[in-house]
Design a protein around this ligand. Structure first.
Ligand code: ATP
Length: 497
């Protein structure tokens, strides 16, 4: 059951300057993609038609033709192919026009190659999000190409029903669920089953963009709006006109951006940062969060009016541990898929005792954690079957015998447990910030101990502590709390997949 599309992404560079084409091709070779080149528009269009590239880099100043015309022709052939314009620093006006017509982005000459690589990578991802179908296992043939949304438990059937119900209504949807539970897949499924499936789908992760840049990323800015704003920039709400915008981690926006998003949701109007012109856009917004928005509203961190507006149609994605037999289905799915990806054809199955360990685990990192554990297990397997020895150590936390062993304790905790000794040491060292230092240490000790008690389960820890999961996560990140190798805690504190 391999539904993975293993072909490398294909990038087409259309530029009449041979040196530029070669420079770009060499640079893109660092990404795992294939690059093809055209030196003028007609051969470029022929390649678009013939090869259906994943991304097109298009020189805006090709001889005898307007870059915008070529762009329109590319859109007629394949509307969803991301096109990145290459423009002379002096002609950004045409590139901005292209952005308003739905181009992916533009770069100016002289080219900043590392930046171009990042842009191409994000265009490849965008193309994938739009074009790789999400097949819902419970509803469709599992043989179809694309990403399979595995699940037939009653909890997931409810989710799929809701996706079906809301997809074709042009309403804002909020997807809630723990990290790694599949919120992005739900957003893509909503898009693909919607009436806007031929229009663009763009995703913005609000937590991944620094506060001061998020406003400009979403709404754009005028030239001179702030230091460094040397050109007008078109934001995602304008660029995605007619399409669907997925705002991930919607809980991570400053009050200012929250206010602007609220107005946009109410009126579909906004102004670019530093601009007076009111711009009307027609974007369907799908949002997601793993944060406790209610608590954030209560704490004054989130606008109540925005919360009520977003919370209208909510899809609650259950954590993996509440999906019954879906766990085994997902194990089988990832086993078959990753085994092929890794070329480990000799591994033919999972032993019953290894399966028992998987079943016992509570999967705080949900499906993303499962996917990564299966991958690691396969990599560790030297024989023909995944056995307990192949399973990463973190899962042994589910064995009470191991939990009670001294090795299961946090290596740092010995230092921290003795608060009195800590205070004395700091007094000897003439600390001038002892109040904050001691509170931090106490919080670390408290959180470490409670999370060890709950085996890394943040929901249970939040019930015991009487604080939100968001707060727990914030503290873990803020204090850089590290846990012993047998306590797997937070999917969000580790590197992104
Ligand atoms: N039911 C499922 N069937 C198959 N794959 C899944 C399923 N749920 C999630 N995945 C896969 O698990 C990974 C994590 O899913 P996704 O990124 O959608 O989670 P998320 O809830 O958006 O995470 P985050 O909160 O960190 O943004 C992805 O690779 C996704 O394809």
């Amino acid at each position: 059951m391999d539904t993975q599309n293993t072909a490398k992404p294909l990038v087409l560079v259309i530029d009449d300057d041979r040196a530029i084409r070669h420079m770009i091709t060499r640079s893109l070779q660092q990404l795992d993609c294939e690059v093809i080149e055209a030196e003028e528009s007609q051969s470029g269009l022929a390649l678009v038609l013939d090869k259906n590239p994943d991304v097109v880099l298009l020189d805006i100043m090709l001889p005898h033709v307007s870059g915008l015309d070529i762009f329109q022709q590319i859109r007629e052939i394949e509307r969803k192919t991301p096109v990145i314009f290459i423009t002379a620093g002096t002609d950004s006006a045409t590139a901005i026009k292209a952005m308003q017509l739905g181009a992916f982005d533009y770069v100016t000459k002289p080219l900043d190659l590392p930046k171009l690589n990042v842009l191409v990578q994000s265009a490849i991802k965008s193309k994938r999000l739009m074009n790789v179908p999400v097949a819902v296992e419970a509803l469709e043939s599992v043989e179809m190409q694309g990403d399979l949304f595995v699940g037939s438990s009653s909890q997931m059937m409810e989710v799929f029903k809701q996706v079906g119900r809301v997809a074709t209504q042009d309403v804002t949807v909020l997807i809630r669920g723990e990290s790694g539970s599949g919120k992005e897949l739900v957003a893509r499924a909503i898009y693909q089953y919607s009436n806007r499936s031929n229009e663009p789908f763009m995703a913005v992760n609000c937590a991944a963009i620094p506060d001061q840049l998020l406003e400009s990323e979403l709404f754009g800015h005028e030239k001179g709006a702030f230091t460094g704003a040397d050109k007008r920039r078109i934001g995602k709400f304008e660029q995605c006109n007619g399409g669907t915008l997925f705002l991930d981690e919607i809980g991570d926006m400053t009050p200012l951006v929250q206010g602007k998003v609220l107005r946009l949701l109410q009126e579909q109007h906004f102004e670019r940062v530093g601009g007076n012109e009111t711009i009307t856009t027609n974007v369907r917004i799908v949002t997601a969060t793993n944060r406790d928005l209610e608590q954030m509203v209560e704490d004054g961190e989130y606008r109540g009016d925005l919360y009520y507006r977003l919370n209208g149609i909510t899809i609650n994605l259950p954590p993996l541990r509440e999906r019954g037999e879906d766990l085994v289905k997902l194990i089988e799915y990832f086993f078959s898929k990753v085994r092929i990806e890794l070329g480990k054809h000799e591994v033919v199955g999972i032993s019953p005792d290894a399966l028992a360990i998987y079943r016992k685990h509570t999967w705080p990192g949900n499906v993303r954690e499962l996917q990564s554990v299966i991958r690691q297990s396969l990599l560790n397997t030297t024989g023909t079957v995944i056995v307990p020895d192949s399973i990463p150590d973190e899962l042994l936390v589910d064995d009470p015998a191991l939990l009670n062993s001294p090795n299961a304790l946090n290596e740092e905790s010995d230092d921290h447990v003795n608060i009195e000794r800590f205070i004395k040491n700091r007094l000897d060292e003439c600390s001038t910030d002892l109040y904050a230092e001691t509170l931090e240490v106490m919080e670390k000790v408290l959180l470490t101990q409670v999370l060890q008690h709950t085996e890394g389960n943040q929901t249970r820890a939040s019930e015991i502590l009487g604080i939100t999961r968001g707060k727990i996560r914030d503290r873990i990140q803020a204090f850089g709390i590290k846990f012993g190798k047998n306590v797997h805690v937070d999917e969000n504190t580790g590197p992104e997949e």
